[in-house]
Structures are given as structure tokens and as C-alpha cells.
Design a protein around this ligand. Structure first.
Ligand SMILES: NC(=O)C1=CN([C@@H]2O[C@H](COP(=O)(O)OP(=O)(O)OC[C@H]3O[C@@H](n4cnc5c(N)ncnc54)[C@H](O)[C@@H]3O)[C@@H](O)[C@H]2O)C=CC1
Ligand SMILES: O=C(O)[C@H]1O[C@H](OP(=O)(O)OP(=O)(O)OC[C@H]2O[C@@H](n3ccc(=O)[nH]c3=O)[C@H](O)[C@@H]2O)[C@H](O)[C@@H](O)[C@@H]1O
Length: 413
């Protein structure tokens, strides 16, 4: 089976290499020509463990980067669309890239090729918008939706070992193709209506966001009461036998707000769907507004701990989470901006891998240190904003430094 993949970001490149690894012939295409050139040279455009080796194994063999949409899709049996679906100002998902992608294949897609939306799209999108759009182009191709559940930093591992595969299908052709594609992964494949598939994706991300906001609200409450060891309280909560050992526990834990490319935009998009359907999304609205407040609250907590506005403040961690160099919607950027706005502008920052990406995306007047040690040597107060394991015992190395543990993860000094 010949597979075309449109959009070679975290999801698209992983999907392309994952199917190549299972022996399918894959062609990828991205409108970002620089990204295509980099990938063709065997260079991964972002940090993602395991994906670099997969690229080295398959590039120029079972995986080729096409020079055009036409070259990618011609002769393909299935075409995955993995382009971005960012949030619009009203929270709804922006489908511009997705529709542009369909435009780009409409002249050349083979009649039998199954078009599969892997981008995250709100419930109702494929049935009410994508399929009708495809039909207005005069195309009769089957359309399906196959949401992706991988996490950044774990893209390869999550894609190659899925705990479940969800396929929203409304015809036999799409069903057959998806079953063949996923057979080598030996995971449960759920064939459901497209709306259900889309809904499952949002159930997942909105639940993660809800657990994080719940935990953050509890941490604010604990701070207000005082004399509460918040980290210890949550760890003891996790010992409840209904939670003990569950991976999900790490989301039932406070920090400085969820970030990244997906949780913020997906919660907002789901709330927008509810609003459009006349359902007041009371819980989601609370989850979102608390999350929007967290960076400001965190900056206030840091500011309260320092002596004066002239103090040098250290910030450890810039990526939205450890194990990733993605800085999209990273709480660090918002915390730093809030500190600068409040007049605390002597900031030393460090991240193990995200510094260059952060510098490129956020033009902030801050000093980029070469190590966590340099930050701790220069600053009296250091805030831990991203829970990189290497920061876990830094307080023991610098007993004189005041650490603000915004992720509740430092070992006791
Ligand atoms: N990043 C993640 O961890 C996950 C993302 N998703 C969803 O997958 C989708 C993609 O996300 P990412 O891979 O993170 O985005 P990304 O921003 O890393 O990659 C998207 C790529 O699509 C390309 N593109 C845009 N328009 C195009 C077009 N017309 N034709 C071909 N390429 C085009 C862009 O140049 C970019 O390289 C989104 O809907 C996201 O919500 C789902 C699960 C996990
Ligand atoms: O749709 C998506 O894009 C993806 O969104 C998240 O994946 P990702 O954004 O890579 O990152 P997570 O590891 O879930 O982190 C999201 C936020 O939760 C926070 N988080 C993460 C993990 C954790 O244990 N605890 C925790 O608070 C992170 O700091 C971050 O702000 C979901 O976990 C994936 O299942 C989903 O496919």
C-alpha cells in the first residue's frame, strides 16, 4: 500500500516514519520547503527521541520527501492530512491549512485513494465540513478521521506502541485501508462514527487539562490557607489504591499551568463547540480561565520572594515540558513577560535544549545562560518553571540560593 502524508511536523513526520517502519511505501510533503530540505538530508527539524534513528533508517528508501503535492499523492492508496489546526481568536479550530491541503491534492488524488484526517478537528468537522468540501471539488474519495494521541518527547514510542487506535469511518473502503495499515501495530482498533472519533480525541485532551487546572486551583487554595506541604499532599493523594501506580497521576499534580501546542487550543475549541451548540461549558470555561491565570499567579509568587526589582532572577526551563524543545504556548514565556511587565527585568534563563527555539520565537530582553549552574551562581532567587530531571536536586548544590519550585518537584534540601 502506498501512503501519502501531508504536513511533516511532530504528527506527520512520526506517522510517515511509523508506516515506513512497518514496510509501507511512504511519501511525505510539507509546504515548508526548508523543513522538507532538512528532512531529505536526514536531519530532524525538532528534538524527538527515536525519530532521528527512524529517519536515518528510512529516508531515501521506504520514505521519500516529495517536491510537490502532486508528486506526493499520485499513485497513493491513502493520504493522511497532518497539518496544524491552530485556535482562532474565538477558540474555534482554524481549518485553513486543512482545506488548503485538500485544494492542493484535488487535481491529482487517485479516485480510490482514502483521505484520512489525522489533524485534531472538533466533533462534527469531517461530516459537516471536510467531506462536503471534498465533494464540492467533485471528488468521490472516501474520507475518514484517525485522531492521534501521541505526546511530544514520546512521539516515536507512542506512535509505534499505541494503546488504542481510533478510526472514524463511514464506508467499507476506508475501514479496509485503516485495518490493513494498523494491523502491524497489534493494538485494539476501534471503528466508530467520525463524530465519535473526533469526540474521543477531545475527551482525552480536555480531561488532562481539567486534572491539571483542578490541581492548580487546589495549590492556590493551599497557598492561601498556609502551612500546607502541597507536593506531599498530592503524593499522599496518589497513594489512594484507586490511583496508585496510574500514569495519569502526573497530571493530577500542580504546576504553573498547562501549555504546548494542543491542550490550550483543544480545550478552547471544545468550549467553542459547546457554546455553538447552546451548551454552557461551565467546567471547561473554569479550566481555561484558571490556566490563563496561572503564569501571572506564578510571576507574582516569584516577585513576592525577591527583595527588590533590581534583583537578578533565574528561570530554569523554557520548553513547555521536560523532554521536548517545543516552546509553543510555554508557561515560561508568559511568566517571563509578566515579570518584565512588573519591573523585574534582570532575568537569567536556561533550558537544556529549548534555548535556541525560545530565542527565535520570543524576542525577550533576557540573558541566556549556558548552564543551570551559571544561573544559580548569578541569582539569589531561582524559579523552576519546567521540571527537567537535571534540575531535580540543584537546590542541594546551592544551599544559599532561594528556589521557587513552581513545579513542586525539587527534592528536599
Ligand atoms: N504535536 C502533538 O503532540 C500532537 C498534535 N496533534 C494534532 O496534529 C496536527 C498537527 O500537529 P503538529 O504535528 O504538532 O503540527 P506542526 O506545526 O508540528 O506541523 C504541521 C506541519 O504542516 C505543514 N503544513 C501546513 N499547511 C500545509 C499544507 N497545506 N500542505 C502540507 N503541509 C502543510 C506545516 O508547514 C508544518 O510543518 C494538529 O491538528 C494537532 O492538534 C495530535 C496529536 C499530538
Ligand atoms: O493532542 C495532542 O497534541 C497531545 O497533547 C498532549 O500531549 P503533549 O501536548 O505532547 O504534552 P503532555 O505531556 O500531555 O503535556 C501537556 C501539558 O501537561 C503538563 N503535564 C504533562 C505531563 C504530566 O505528567 N503532567 C503535566 O502537568 C505539561 O507540563 C504540559 O503543560 C496529550 O498528552 C497527548 O495525548 C495528545 O496527543
Amino acid at each position: 500500500m502506498k501512503v501519502a502524508v501531508f504536513g511533516l511536523g511532530f504528527v506527520g513526520l512520526t506517522t510517515a516514519l511509523g508506516f515506513a517502519d512497518k514496510g509501507f511505501e511512504v511519501r511525505g510533503y510539507d509546504t515548508n520547503t526548508q523543513r522538507c530540505a532538512e528532512i531529505s538530508r536526514g536531519h530532524l527539524p525538532f528534538f524527538e527521541p527515536g525519530l532521528d534513528e527512524a529517519l536515518a533508517r528510512h529516508i531515501g528508501k521506504t520514505f521519500l520527501v516529495a517536491d510537490s503535492a502532486l508528486e506526493a499523492v499520485e499513485a497513493s492508496d491513502v493520504c493522511f492530512v497532518c497539518v496544524g489546526t491552530p485556535g482562532l481568536p474565538n477558540g474555534s479550530a482554524d481549518l485553513t491549512s486543512l482545506l488548503a491541503c485538500i485544494d492542493s491534492v484535488s487535481e491529482s488524488i487517485p479516485d480510490q485513494c482514502v483521505l484520512i484526517v489525522k489533524s485534531t478537528v472538533p466533533p462534527g468537522t469531517v461530516t459537516e465540513q471536510i467531506t462536503p468540501y471534498v465533494r464540492t471539488k467533485g471528488l468521490k474519495n472516501p474520507v475518514a478521521v484517525n485522531p492521534e494521541f501521541l505526546r511530544e518527547g514520546m512521539c516515536w514510542e507512542d506512535f509505534m506502541h499505541p494503546d488504542r487506535v481510533v478510526c472514524g469511518v463511514s464506508d467499507d473502503a476506508a475501514e479496509d485501508v485503516l485495518l490493513q495499515l494498523y494491523a502491524p501495530f497489534h493494538a485494539p482498533v476501534h471503528l466508530v462514527e467520525p463524530n465519535t472519533a473526533e469526540f474521543i480525541k477531545y475527551l482525552s485532551n480536555s480531561l488532562l487539562a481539567t486534572m491539571i487546572s483542578y490541581s492548580n486551583e487546589m495549590s492556590l487554595l493551599a497557598d492561601a490557607v498556609g502551612s500546607i506541604d502541597t507536593a506531599r499532599a498530592f503524593h499522599i493523594l496518589h497513594e489512594d489504591k484507586r490511583l496508585a501506580g496510574a500514569g495519569i497521576n502526573s497530571y493530577i499534580y500542580p504546576g504553573c499551568g498547562y501549555g504546548g501546542y494542543c491542550l490550550p487550543k483543544d480545550t478552547a475549541a471544545l468550549a467553542a463547540v459547546a457554546q455553538n451548540k447552546g451548551i454552557e461549558p461551565r467546567i471547561l470555561n473554569g479550566v481555561i480561565s484558571l490556566n490563563e491565570e496561572m503564569p501571572e499567579r506564578t510571576a507574582e509568587k516569584i516577585a513576592r520572594a525577591v527583595n527588590s526589582k533590581d534583583s537578578k532572577i533565574g528561570i530554569l526551563g523554557l520548553s513547555f515540558k521536560p523532554g521536548s524543545d517545543d516552546v509553543r504556548d510555554s508557561p515560561a514565556a508568559k511568566i517571563i513577560s509578566a515579570l518584565i511587565k512588573a519591573g523585574y527585568d534582570d532575568l537569567y534563563v536556561y533550558d537544556p535544549i529549548a534555548t535556541e527555539e525560545f530565542r527565535r520565537m520570543h524576542r525577550l530582553p533576557i540573558y541566556y545562560a549556558a548552564s543551570a549552574r551559571e544561573v544559580c551562581e548569578a541569582c539569589d532567587t531561582v524559579a523552576l518553571v519546567t521540571a527537567w530531571a537535571e534540575f531535580g536536586s540543584i537546590n542541594k548544590e546551592f544551599p544559599e540560593t532561594r528556589f521557587i519550585d513552581c513545579r513542586y518537584f525539587l527534592g528536599k534540601a
